[in-house]
Design a protein around this ligand. Structure first.
Ligand SMILES: [Cu+2]
Length: 376
C-alpha cells in the first residue's frame, strides 16, 4: 500500500515537474524579454535575467522570514513581543545589506551600458532619419539612400480587415538590408518631430531628435527579418511607421548594394528622358499612394480642417509652377514638408502630374522630371 502511494506521489511530482518545465518554457517565449540576435541583445537579456533572479532570491528570503515569523511566533502559542527601540546594530545591517546589493547590481549594469555605447571601429554606417511618418535610410559613403514607408498591404488593411494582412502595420515597402556579422553604426536623427527607432530583436531603441544625432551599433548574428516600430508618439500616423530590417549574408548584401547603385543610375537616366503623360500619371499614383495618402487621403479629399483637399484644391488646379514649388519646398510651419530632399525628380514630376489630373482635377498638363531637375 505504502509503496503504491509512494509510486503515485513520484508519478504526480514527475508530471508536475514536466508541466512546470513546459509552462516555464512557454513563459520564456511569451512573457520574458526576447533574447534577440545581437551581442547587445544578449548582454541586455543576461543582465535582465541576473537581476530578475536576484530579485526572486530577495523576495523569497524576505517573505519567507516574514511568513515564518508570523507563523512561529503567533499569539495563540503565547508569543510575547520583544520591546526594543533604536537598535543601532539592526539599522547598520539594513542599510549596508541593500547598499551592497545595489552596488553589486550596478557593476554589471554599468558594464553593459559601456558596452552598448562603444560605437568605434564599425564596418559600415547607416544614417537613419525619422520623418512624419516614414524612415529614411542612407548608406553613408555608398551613395545609396531611400525612404521606407508602410507597405501598401498594411495600408489597405487600415480600411479593410487587418486579420487578412500579413504583418499588419509591421511591413514596409522597402526594407533596411544589412549584412550579418558586420559591426554597423547607426546615426539617428529626425527632420520634424521626435521619433524613436526600435527593433526588439536588436535589443535597442534610440530616440530620433531633430537637430541631434544619436548613435548606436549592432552586429546581427543571424540572417532573418526583424520587425520594429517607431516608439515615440510622433503625431497622427505614429502607429504607421514600422521598421523592417532584413539581415542577409555578406555576399547577398554586396549584390543588393550593387543593384541599388544600378537602380540609381537607371533612375538618373529616367530623369533625363521625356515621359508620356500617361506614364507619369501611373507612376504618380503609386507615389501618391505611399507618400501623400497619409494626409491627403486616397480620395484626395484630405481631412477637413487639418489636411487640405487636392481634389478641387486651388494649387492642383492652378499654375503648375506653383504646384511644383509647393511640393519641392513645402510650406514652412505646416505638416507639408519639403519633398525635394526625400523624392527623386521622376517621383516629384509624376506625383504632381497625377494630382493635377486625378479625381475631378482636369488641369490637363504634365510636368517632366527634367523640369524638376532644373528647379532644384
Ligand atoms: Cu515616429
Amino acid at each position: 500500500m505504502l509503496r503504491k502511494i509512494n509510486k503515485l506521489i513520484a508519478a504526480v511530482s514527475l508530471g508536475m515537474a514536466a508541466g512546470m518545465q513546459s509552462a516555464m518554457a512557454g513563459f520564456m517565449d511569451t512573457l520574458n524579454l526576447r533574447e534577440g540576435v545581437t551581442p547587445i541583445s544578449h548582454a541586455v537579456y543576461d543582465l535582465h535575467m541576473l537581476i530578475l533572479w536576484v530579485c526572486v532570491v530577495i523576495g523569497v528570503i524576505v517573505f519567507g522570514v516574514m511568513a515564518y515569523s508570523m507563523f512561529a511566533h503567533r499569539k495563540s502559542k503565547g508569543a510575547v513581543p520583544a520591546e526594543f527601540h533604536e537598535s543601532t546594530k539592526m539599522e547598520i545591517v539594513w542599510t549596508i545589506v541593500p547598499f551592497l546589493i545595489l552596488v553589486g547590481l550596478a557593476i554589471p549594469a554599468t558594464k553593459t551600458l559601456v558596452f552598448m555605447a562603444d560605437t568605434t571601429e564599425s564596418d559600415l554606417e547607416i544614417k537613419i532619419t525619422g520623418h512624419q511618418w516614414k524612415w529614411e535610410y542612407e548608406y553613408l559613403g555608398e551613395d545609396v539612400s531611400f525612404i521606407s514607408s508602410l507597405s501598401e498591404s498594411s495600408r489597405k488593411g487600415i480600411y479593410a480587415d487587418p486579420n487578412t494582412v500579413d504583418n499588419y502595420l509591421l511591413d514596409v515597402d522597402r526594407e533596411l538590408v544589412l549584412p550579418v556579422g558586420k559591426k554597423i553604426r547607426f546615426l539617428i536623427t529626425a527632420s520634424d518631430v521626435l521619433h524613436a527607432w526600435w527593433v526588439p530583436d536588436l535589443g535597442q531603441k534610440q530616440d530620433a531628435i531633430p537637430g541631434f544625432i544619436n548613435e548606436m551599433w549592432t552586429v546581427i548574428e543571424k540572417p532573418g527579418v526583424y520587425r520594429g516600430q517607431c516608439a515615440e508618439l510622433c503625431g497622427r500616423d505614429h502607429g504607421f511607421m514600422p521598421v523592417v530590417v532584413r539581415a542577409v549574408s555578406e555576399e547577398e548584401y554586396a549584390s543588393w548594394l550593387a543593384e541599388q547603385k544600378g537602380a540609381s543610375v537607371e533612375m538618373a537616366a529616367a530623369a533625363d528622358k521625356v515621359w508620356t503623360a500617361d506614364d507619369l500619371y501611373a507612376k504618380g499614383e503609386e507615389v501618391y499612394n505611399t507618400q501623400c495618402v497619409g494626409c491627403h487621403q486616397l480620395n484626395g479629399m484630405g481631412i477637413p480642417g487639418t489636411f487640405p483637399a487636392i481634389n478641387g484644391g486651388p494649387v492642383a488646379n492652378g499654375a503648375v509652377s506653383d504646384h511644383l514649388n509647393l511640393v519641392m519646398n513645402g510650406r514652412a510651419g505646416t505638416a507639408m514638408v519639403a519633398f525635394k530632399d526625400q523624392m527623386s525628380d521622376v517621383d516629384i514630376a509624376a506625383v504632381i502630374t497625377f494630382q493635377r489630373n486625378a479625381w475631378d482635377n482636369r488641369a490637363g498638363d504634365a510636368i517632366q522630371p527634367a523640369d524638376v531637375k532644373a528647379a532644384r
